[in-house]
Design a protein. Structure first.
Length: 267
C-alpha cells in the first residue's frame, strides 16, 4: 500500500552542475525537490507501528516517470555527459549497475536519490532496493493496481512536468491555456484529493505537452480510484497535500508537492 507520495519535475536543470552561472536561479526548486523526496522516504522509515512490519524488506521506494513502459537498473553511476557537461552521479551501492539508456526523468530522480542519501545516510538501504519505472496509458493504471495489491509499504516518487508552452520562450508554441491548466494541477496536488486529480482534463494536458497525465493513473489506481475521469470511491485513500514550489521559469510548468497520510488524533 502507499505510505507517502512525492511529486517532482524531471528537467536536467535540477542538476545544478549542468546550469553553470545560472544554477542559482533554481535553488529554491532544488531545495523543494530535496525536501519532498526526503519526506517521502523518511515517512516510509518512520511508519513502523505495531500494525506494520518495521523491517526494510516490507518497505520499498518506487520511482515512476513518463515514457514507454519499462523498468530500469539505476543503482550504478549515472552520467549527464549527453547534456553538455561531464557530470556523473555516483553509485547508490558499491558495484551497482545503471542502464545506459536511462530516461531523463529517471536520471534526474536518480540525482535526487543520491542527494537524499548524502543528507540522510539512513535512507541508503531503501534506495538500494528501489524500483525505477517508466509508464503511460493503460500500463500506468495496471502498475498502480499492482502497487495497490502489493503487501509492501511504498514511497511513490512521481516525476512529471506540466505544460511546456508558457510564454514565447517555451519549448513549444505559446498557449494561453497553459497557466490555467497548471494551476488546476497544483490545486489538485495541494488538495491531496484523488478525485480532483482524476478529473483533470487529460486531453488538454497532452495538447499542452504535459507529461503528468502519463503517470497520474499510477497514483489513482494505487489509491483505490479506478482511473482518470472517475469519481472518488468510498474505498479510495485520503491524503494531506502540500505544494512546496510551482512555476514555469523556462516556459515549462514544474511543481513540487508531497502527499502524506492524515494524522488520526485519539480523543
Amino acid at each position: 500500500m502507499l505510505n507517502s507520495v512525492a511529486f517532482v519535475p524531471g528537467p536536467p536543470a535540477l542538476v545544478a552542475e549542468l546550469m553553470g552561472s545560472a544554477a542559482h536561479e533554481l535553488d529554491d526548486l532544488r531545495q523543494a525537490a530535496d525536501d519532498v523526496v526526503s519526506r517521502a522516504v523518511g515517512a516510509l522509515l518512520a511508519d513502523s507501528d505495531d500494525s506494520l512490519s518495521p523491517e526494510l524488506g516490507s518497505a520499498q521506494i518506487v520511482v515512476v516517470g513518463p515514457g514507454q513502459p519499462a523498468e530500469f537498473k539505476a543503482t550504478g553511476p549515472v552520467s549527464f555527459a549527453s547534456f553538455g557537461r561531464d557530470v556523473t552521479v555516483p553509485a547508490l551501492i558499491e558495484g551497482g549497475q545503471s542502464d545506459r539508456e536511462l530516461p531523463t526523468p529517471l536520471m534526474v530522480a536518480r540525482h535526487l536519490a543520491r542527494r537524499d542519501v548524502a543528507a540522510h545516510p539512513g535512507h541508503a538501504d531503501l534506495w538500494a532496493s528501489a524500483r525505477w519505472i517508466t509508464t503511460r496509458g493503460a500500463e500506468a493504471a495496471t502498475l498502480g493496481k499492482q502497487l495497490c495489491d502489493n503487501g509492501a509499504r511504498i514511497a511513490l516518487i512521481l516525476v512529471a512536468d506540466g505544460a511546456n508552452c508558457h510564454g514565447p520562450k517555451a519549448p513549444r508554441a505559446q498557449d494561453a491555456r497553459a497557466s490555467a491548466h497548471d494551476d488546476e494541477v497544483c490545486a489538485a496536488l495541494g488538495s491531496g484529493r484523488v478525485d480532483r486529480l482524476a478529473q483533470l482534463d487529460v486531453d488538454l494536458g497532452f495538447e499542452l505537452g504535459a507529461t503528468g497525465p502519463q503517470v497520474w493513473p499510477v497514483l489513482l489506481a494505487a489509491s483505490g480510484t479506478s482511473g482518470i475521469g472517475q469519481r472518488h470511491g468510498a474505498g479510495a485513500e485520503r491524503w494531506v497535500g502540500d505544494v512546496l514550489w510551482a512555476g514555469a521559469p523556462y516556459g515549462v510548468g514544474w511543481a513540487v508537492a508531497a502527499w502524506r497520510r492524515p494524522t488520526t488524533n485519539a480523543i
